[in-house]
Every structure is written in structure tokens, then in C-alpha cells.
Ligand binder design. Structure first.
Ligand SMILES: [Fe+2]
Ligand SMILES: [Fe+2]
Length: 262
């Protein structure tokens, strides 16, 4: 793919800055994670091995080469069949331009397709998209797409791998810090603090509606994009925190107050 990219990188994350680690969480699902100190959170990618493997999130372009190297430790890159992003942000799929796997298909929500992947100059347009509850089979596994509008973007979705009951909720249930790949501690208070400081949700209501739906799924393992993976036994701490606390935007954006709003 030749995008005529300029020599200078447009990313704030340079590959030398960030150590990227890989660990198998469970059932052939790998977490590829790097700590980004400027935000105080890890950026996690997930490789799900199967007959047609999938990578969920690529990381931004500056991190991608290190992530790609970890993918290659598990599968030949040419075997990678799908790269999924869950909303239109650079940590979700900014690395895609450097993807050397010619056959890998970009996967997104129907809203991402209609709103964000069409109508641009110089944005790769070849992709497949899914509406709520549609399913993609990759061999033994079955991925169900869950549209989650306004959690935190209009085009947001999540992915649920049904054979292992694995939930990929993107920026929901995230925690700060660089902790173990899977934790049993309750970091839900830190999660709420992170949401209040970053201002990523306009309103609690769509988040709570989605959370109720996720509780009904009773996932065995939750794979947030930032922070550690959460087992089913601790999941209720995080869902309770979402239900009981206010965390929507109140003039704070990425830790900085927007003073012009009274
Ligand atoms: Fe995001
Ligand atoms: Fe994110």
C-alpha cells in the first residue's frame, strides 16, 4: 500500500520510546501491550489466533512496527486475515498503513464505514463492515459485533468472541498504570477517575445501556484497550462503578480544564 507518506512521522509516539510486550492471556488470545507514559496508560492490541487470525487494534503508527514484530512471534504476518478497529482513532488503527500483510482485511462498524472510511482523499478505503449482532467466523471462532453508539464515539462498536466468551470493549473498563496482564484487584475507582479527567463520554446513559447488555453476556474475560484484562469474577466491580458513579464530561479534556466554558 503506497500512501505517499512523508518522511517525517506525524505521531507523538516513537517506536524507541515504548517497550512492547506480548503475553498469552487465554485460549490463543495474545495481549500486545506498551506503556505510554505521557498518558499514564498502556496501549493494548489483541491477536486472536485461528485459521484466519484477527488483530484487534493496531496501535498508532509510531508503535506499529514493534507490535507487528510481536505478531510475527506467533504467526507469519501473511497469515493475518483481519485487522479490526472499534472506533475511528489513531490508537485503534493508525498503524494500518504500514501493514505488510497484503491479505489482511480492515474490519469496522457500519457507522465507521459510512462516516469515517468514505469520502476522504488518501485514506485506505478497502474494508468490510458489520451492523449490530452480525457475526464473522474465522475458523473455530465466532466474532459477534456489538454496536455501542456514543460509548464514546458515534461509530463505536465492541467485539465479542463467542466460543471463548471473550469481550473486547475498547475504551470501556480501562484502568491507568502498567499492571499485570490480568488483574484481580478492583481498579474501578481509578477507572472512574480516568474517565472524569479525560472527558471521553458525553453522557452516562448510553454507557450504562451498553453495560447492561454486556453484563447479560457474562464474559469469561474482558480485554480493555488500556490497562489489564479483567476476569469474570471481578467484572461486576467495574460494571457497578459505571452504574453508580457520574463520570461524563465536565469541562475536563485529557486532564486539562476547558476554562472558556462557564
Ligand atoms: Fe478511543
Ligand atoms: Fe483507546
Amino acid at each position: 500500500m503506497d500512501l505517499n507518506m512523508p518522511e517525517i512521522s506525524r505521531t507523538q509516539f516513537s517506536p524507541e520510546d515504548i517497550d512492547v510486550e506480548i503475553s498469552e492471556i487465554k485460549d490463543g488470545i495474545y495481549r500486545i501491550s506498551g506503556m505510554v507514559d505521557m498518558y499514564g496508560i498502556t496501549f493494548n492490541q489483541f491477536l486472536i489466533d485461528d485459521e484466519r487470525p484477527m488483530l484487534i487494534h493496531t496501535g498508532p503508527i509510531g508503535m506499529y512496527k514493534k507490535i507487528e514484530a510481536k505478531v510475527k512471534e506467533i504467526i507469519p504476518l501473511q497469515k493475518l486475515a483481519y485487522v479490526s478497529f472499534l472506533h475511528f482513532e489513531s490508537d485503534e488503527w493508525g498503524g494500518m498503513a504500514f501493514l505488510d500483510s497484503a491479505d489482511a482485511k480492515l474490519v469496522c462498524s457500519d457507522l465507521s464505514s459510512k462516516l469515517n472510511l468514505t469520502g476522504w482523499y488518501n485514506v485506505p478505503a478497502d474494508h468490510i463492515s458489520f451492523w449490530d449482532n452480525e457475526v464473522l467466523k474465522t475458523g473455530k471462532r465466532q466474532f459477534r459485533f456489538i454496536m455501542t453508539p456514543h460509548v464514546h464515539h458515534w461509530d463505536s462498536m465492541m467485539i465479542y468472541e463467542e466460543t471463548t466468551k471473550s469481550l473486547f470493549p475498547s475504551d470501556l473498563f480501562i484502568q491507568p498504570g502498567n499492571n499485570k496482564p490480568v488483574i484481580s484487584e478492583d481498579l474501578s475507582e481509578s477507572m472512574i477517575g480516568l474517565y472524569r479527567g479525560a472527558g471521553i463520554f458525553a453522557n452516562e446513559e448510553p454507557v450504562r445501556r451498553t453495560t447492561r447488555r454486556l453484563i447479560d453476556l457474562s464474559p469469561n474475560m474482558i480485554y480493555p484497550m488500556h490497562g489489564s484484562c479483567i476476569e469474570n469474577s471481578t467484572f461486576s466491580k467495574y460494571t457497578d462503578a459505571i452504574m453508580k458513579n457520574d463520570f461524563a464530561y465536565t469541562d475536563m479534556l485529557l486532564g486539562r480544564k476547558l476554562e472558556s466554558i462557564s
